[in-house]
Write a protein that binds this ligand. Structure first.
Ligand SMILES: [Zn+2]
Length: 222
């Protein structure tokens, strides 16, 4: 399996040919430059050399980190989700080898995400030594709190980030406003005490840990 390929497309602004690099597999330790580009967002963008216009390019990718023991598939539609889910389920039973013939550790955390932003977020959560399930619950709590301060606007998205060791939740509203709240270790620990034991809930969705997963968990505990 080739890890890197080149694609050409027409610049939507000026029509010139843009050449872009696509990485189908990135290993956090072996490809530190590509990891950095995922965290910056630049691995999923290509600039036109003629007019400078920047295009978003979406393509599937397997990101893995054997040291921290996790793998994340970035895909874009339900059919791809099904493929990866089947692969993960199979890997629980079989010995799976990766493209280099190395045996994949099936105890590793396996996740599916559906946007480059979510991939970036998962990497930052796992590299911070945190549990993404607890972070999803924490994000709901922070968004609810921030929503109270808004009169005519709605929190539309929330992301965990770790900037130079500063763990925070970034929230964006429908009208484009942004909020940042620092993650409190006390609140994280409280959530872990309360919900940590329920982490295996919703086995069929266990690869997609997002706000829907967290809402379902909270509903099931009412
Ligand atoms: Zn252009």
């Amino acid at each position: 399996m080739a890890m890197r390929s080149k694609v050409n497309f027409k610049c939507p602004k000026c029509g010139a040919t843009v050449e872009a690099e696509q990485w189908t597999a990135v290993n956090g330790e072996k490809n530190p430059q590509q990891k950095l580009k995922i965290l910056e967002g630049s691995l999923f963008k290509a600039a036109c050399k003629n007019c400078g216009n920047e295009s978003k390019i979406g393509y599937p990718m397997l990101y893995n980190d054997t040291k921290q023991n996790y793998m994340i598939w970035l895909v874009y539609d339900d059919e791809e989700v099904k493929h990866v889910t089947d692969y993960f389920k199979k890997s629980k039973n079989d010995i799976i080898e990766d493209e280099n013939g190395e045996v994949v550790d099936t105890d590793c955390r396996q996740r599916i995400v559906m946007s480059p932003e979510s991939l970036r977020e998962k990497i930052m959560i796992f590299d911070s030594g945190l549990d993404d399930k607890m972070i999803e619950i924490l994000k709901l709590a922070y968004a609810k709190e921030a929503q109270r301060t808004l009169r005519d606007d709605t929190i539309a998205a929330a992301f965990f980030s770790n900037r130079d060791g500063e763990k925070q939740i970034e929230m964006y509203t429908e009208k484009g406003r942004a909020f940042v709240s620092r993650v409190s270790k006390n609140i994280y620990d409280e959530i872990e005490d309360k919900y940590g034991g329920k982490a295996s809930y919703a086995e069929d969705r266990v690869y997609i840990i997002d706000d829907v997963w967290a809402l379902n968990l909270l509903r099931s505990m009412r």
